[in-house]
Design a protein around this ligand. Structure first.
Ligand code: GRF
Length: 204
């Protein structure tokens, strides 16, 4: 099987990165994480990558004139590592249109809601305040619309009466940790094509 080289971009704890690395090492996800990029020097995700022996790169946004220049530096690093897919795992910066176009159809994100409900950075709080009874997570391709690209996979969790932002997020993250490696594995092994916005599996 074709092992896909990937770059992971992460700003935070890196628990999704961790489960992807575990699945890679266990042989259940045919990807090779070649590079982990972070905009935050202190991101635990960088330590997770280093512990797994993966190359890391911290690029400070403040050192670049604007978003396009910052993203171009990230893109050059990704290309120099020959990565097929860019996997966003808690990457908290909005990508420039240039970056999205350069890697069209090759950027994947995980978002903590059932899209198209609650896009943006406060999905878990907004779902809770809205009073939905089901939430979950979505793995999707990234296009120029924030959290708006074609949907690869979704998983639902119940919202319980006593939930706080943290308890709901923890329940969603447990599903993320199952869904993200499984979806990347499916992308690598089964392949997919787009029919309009719809992801149709097969053809690898
Ligand atoms: C996840 O909840 C993901 O849905 C969102 O950011 C969070 C990242 O968590 N995009 P982690 O850093 O992988 O633990």
């Amino acid at each position: 099987m074709n092992v896909k080289a990937i770059a992971v971009m992460a700003s935070g704890r890196g628990t999704n990165l961790e489960v992807i690395l575990e699945a890679m090492q266990a042989g259940t996800c045919p990807v090779e994480v070649r590079l982990v990029i972070s905009d935050k020097a202190e991101a635990p995700a960088l330590a997770v990558a280093k512990a797994a022996g993966v190359s890391t790169l911290h690029l400070d946004p403040k050192a670049y004139a604007d978003r396009a220049h910052y993203d171009a530096a990230c893109a050059d690093a990704i290309d120099s590592h020959d990565c097929r897919w860019i996997v966003l795992a808690g990457y908290m910066r909005i990508l420039s249109a240039e970056f999205v176009r350069r890697f069209k159809g090759r950027i994947v994100n995980i978002h903590p809601s059932i899209l198209p409900a609650f896009p943006g950075a406060h999905a878990v709080e907004e779902a809770l305040h809205h009073g939905v009874k089901i939430s979950g997570c979505t793995v999707h391709l990234v296009d120029e619309v924030l959290d708006g690209g074609p949907i690869l996979a979704q998983a639902a969790v119940p919202v319980l009466d006593g939930d706080t932002r943290d308890s709901l997020h923890a329940r969603i993250q447990a599903e993320e940790h199952r869904l993200y490696p499984a979806t990347l594995a499916r992308m690598a092994s089964v392949g997919f094509r787009l029919d309009g916005r719809r992801v149709v599996w097969g053809g690898a």
